[in-house]
Design a protein around this ligand. Structure first.
Ligand code: NAD
Ligand code: IPM
Ligand code: MN
Length: 357
């Protein structure tokens, strides 16, 4: 089993090291090979996703990814910016199905500023379409307006776009996932305003006919953003487009205690997957050794489950994470009074110890 390890930038390198430690402790004979990606690859090779990195990723059974990006690249031409690396990997590998499970571990319930009854036992799954929408739609660019409110003015534009097969395949993924859970799908759209998302709603409704055992609910994205904090446990599987899914998953992360607790899996149609925390490179805390590695470690567990056929090992990691939380160990983002503050490496070491104990 070959794992491509792409740490990236900022806290990406710190958190991926911890996940690699955990994978190594499993003694499962993985072959792991690292490569530069994002700003780090731009510095070394002049491109955020060098051919060699893409080749490694394509040939691997699974990819463990950290994060990319730094404010210092904000002025680069868009194709050279670090974020293009993750977008390029998603597109080139066809990683259209993004799973972002928001699970609130019982040890973190009391520490949250949210009411315990709201989040205790929370286990919802956001399924975000990952290779379409306004992220990839063409045309896009800058120009001088020839119409609109200010003809003659400089303007910028992107294209929000979805085809029927793109919506169908993510809808199938969502209904099939719901079948293994509480059999409820909430499809989040903006059908009241956008043609793209009226189409989304129509296609999801069509696909639903094949899943009469699963309940389908449609919800506008603005209401969904509100319901996620009002009554998050009313959701089971949430399926939505690329941009809404990006935003709602960051929001949902706070129901779990921190963005540092939200793992993700991005799969293509052959179940090859890229596994990364849902957060970014966190330049504000990079290099300080305080980032929470648990989202990345939990992403490694998803990798074992979805791409490497190692369910037992996945469960071992998840149990080890719960054990360190039960021991009271907390990185600063999930710290509360009465618990023990630890750094990134100490947290990783504790998970390794809990695995092998
Ligand atoms: P971010 O997710 O990096 O950080 C947002 C906030 O959350 C920061 O205060 C950060 O310190 C905190 N945070 C994030 N992860 C944490 C962790 N593991 N432990 C503790 N605290 C954590 O989002 P941002 O600041 O908007 O973006 C920073 C850079 O990351 C940008 O260049 C952005 O484009 C990029 N980014 C990359 C990815 C990716 O590689 N998939 C995802 C999101 C953002
Ligand atoms: C994410 C990130 C990415 C996205 C960026 C870095 C391109 O925010 O993985 O959630 O918007 O998809
Ligand atoms: Mn995001």
């Amino acid at each position: 089993m070959k794992i491509a390890v792409l740490p990236g930038d900022g806290i990406g390198t710190e958190i991926v090291s911890e996940a690699v430690k955990v994978l190594e402790a499993l003694d499962l004979n993985f072959e792991m090979e690292s490569a530069l990606v994002g700003g780090a690859a731009y510095e070394a090779h002049g491109h955020p996703l060098p051919e060699s990195t893409l080749k490694l990723a394509k040939e691997a059974d699974a990819i463990l990814f950290g994060a990319v990006g730094d404010w210092k690249y904000d002025k680069l031409d868009r194709p050279l910016r670090p974020e293009q690396a993750i977008l390029g990997l998603r597109k080139n590998l066809g990683l259209f199905a993004n799973f972002r499970p928001a699970i609130c571990y019982e040890q973190l319930v009391g520490a949250s500023s949210l009411k315990p009854e709201l989040i205790a036992g929370l286990d919802i799954l956001i399924i975000r379409e990952l290779t379409g929408d306004i992220y990839f739609g063409q045309p896009r660019g800058r120009r001088v307006a020839t119409d609109g409110h200010f003809p003659g003015a400089e303007e910028a534009f992107d294209t929000m776009r979805y085809s029927r097969p793109e919506i169908e395949r993510i809808a199938h993924v969502a209904f099939q996932a719901a079948r293994k859970r509480n059999k409820k799908v909430t499809s989040v759209d903006k059908a009241n305003v956008l043609e793209t998302f009226q189409f989304w709603k129509d296609v999801v409704t069509d696909v639903h006919k094949e899943y009469p055992d699963v309940e389908l609910q449609h919800m506008y994205v603005d209401n969904a953003a509100m319901q996620l904090v009002k009554a998050p446990k009313a959701f089971d599987v949430v399926v939505t487009g690329n941009m809404f899914g990006d935003i709602l998953s960051d929001e949902a992360s706070m129901l779990t205690g921190s963005i540092g607790m939200l793992p993700s899996a991005s799969l293509n149609s052959s179940n090859q997957g890229l596994y990364e925390p849902s957060h970014g490179s966190a330049p504000d805390i990079a290099g300080k050794g305080v980032a929470n590695p648990l989202a990345t470690i939990l992403s490694a567990a998803m990798m074992l489950r979805f791409s490497l056929n190692q369910e037992a090992a996945a469960q071992r990691i998840e149990a080890a994470v719960q054990k360190v939380l039960a021991q009271g160990l907390r990185t600063p983002d999930i710290y509360s009074e009465g618990t023990t503050k630890v750094g990134t490496a100490q947290m990783g070491d504790a998970v390794v110890k809990a695995l092998t104990a």
